[in-house]
Design a protein around this ligand. Structure first.
Ligand code: ADP
Ligand code: MG
Length: 265
């Protein structure tokens, strides 16, 4: 970083930098010219009406969809890597994890087995074949389950858990891979309001403790405003506003996009 940097640029270390991202499906321009950054350790909400292009952005970042244009760089600007063109597996290996909108854990396996499996696959990716994996992964898995408040449920089959608990297992599985950036596309879909708040509070606590960055989408504005550090607003494939919760909440363009000219409460 040069001596020209101001306080505002120094206050946030960039982890992910998205520039000029664009993607069309046939005639539909799903994402057009999207720019934003995710800071290290930041909980960033990507919001916008249905069809705004949020999931398409997620899928371009995780390597599932190749953008028509643009760049997605992981790491600080002095030492970053281009993600565009990499396979989802390579992107994951570089430390971009994700949770799934539909719970993706294995229902017949126990809670701890799910987390152990994630730890094992992470170790394999790092070519640590020689490690006496089992015992160590069990201790680590228990630690993670303790962190998500599920230590007492460790030996239960996932299928017997309440939905909110399944989502917590999913979070533990994602964290087992020690991501630098965690992508969460509608993590609280299908949850009751109290469960939503609990899951995001848990996410907030874990990522703060670990210094993980999170990019998430969420429909409930209450949840977004309570937990996000910063908000990026998409509408019809374009960023129409970004900034602090307070700034975005008062932005007339955001109110317009959501409710005509209504209020964003
Ligand atoms: P969001 O997640 O914000 O609701 P999406 O990224 O899913 O929005 O979709 C953005 C736009 O792109 C929508 O108009 C959607 O219909 C379209 N779209 C998304 N994925 C595809 C696809 N695989 N094929 C065709 N159109 C798609
Ligand atoms: Mg979506």
């Amino acid at each position: 970083m040069t001596g020209q940097a101001t306080h505002s640029t120094l206050s946030r270390t960039v982890l992910l930098s998205v520039r000029g991202l664009a993607k069309s499906f046939g005639g539909v321009q799903a994402v057009r010219g999207v720019d934003f950054e995710v800071g290290a350790g930041e909980l960033l909400a990507l919001i916008g009406p249905n069809g705004a292009g949020k999931s398409t952005c997620f899928n371009m970042i995780n390597g599932q969809i190749r953008p028509d244009q643009g760049s997605i760089r992981l790491g600080n600007p002095d030492h970053s890597k281009e993600l565009v063109g990499l396979t989802p597996r390579k992107v994951w290996r570089l430390g971009v994890g994700r949770t799934f909108q539909i719970a993706a854990v294995f229902g017949s396996m126990s809670v701890i087995e799910n987390v152990q499996m994630a730890l094992l696959s992470h170790a394999r990716e790092l070519h640590e074949f020689w490690r006496p994996a089992r015992a160590q992964h069990r201790a680590q898995a228990l630690e993670l389950l303790d962190a998500v408040g599920l230590a007492d449920q460790a030996t239960l089959p996932v299928a017997t858990l309440a939905y909110g608990q399944v989502k917590a297992v999913e979070l533990a599985v994602a964290l087992a891979n020690q991501p630098r950036l965690l992508l969460m596309d509608e993590p609280t879909a299908g949850m009751a309001p109290a469960e939503r708040v609990a899951l995001m509070a848990l996410t907030r606590r874990l990522v703060t403790e670990r210094g993980t960055s999170v990019l998430f989408t969420e429909h409930s504005m209450d949840v977004v405003f309570a937990f996000a550090d910063r908000v990026v607003v998409l509408a019809r494939g374009e960023v129409i506003a970004q900034g602090s919760v307070t700034a975005v909440r008062q932005d007339p363009r955001v109110r317009e996009a959501y409710f005509g000219s209504g209020r964003l409460t």
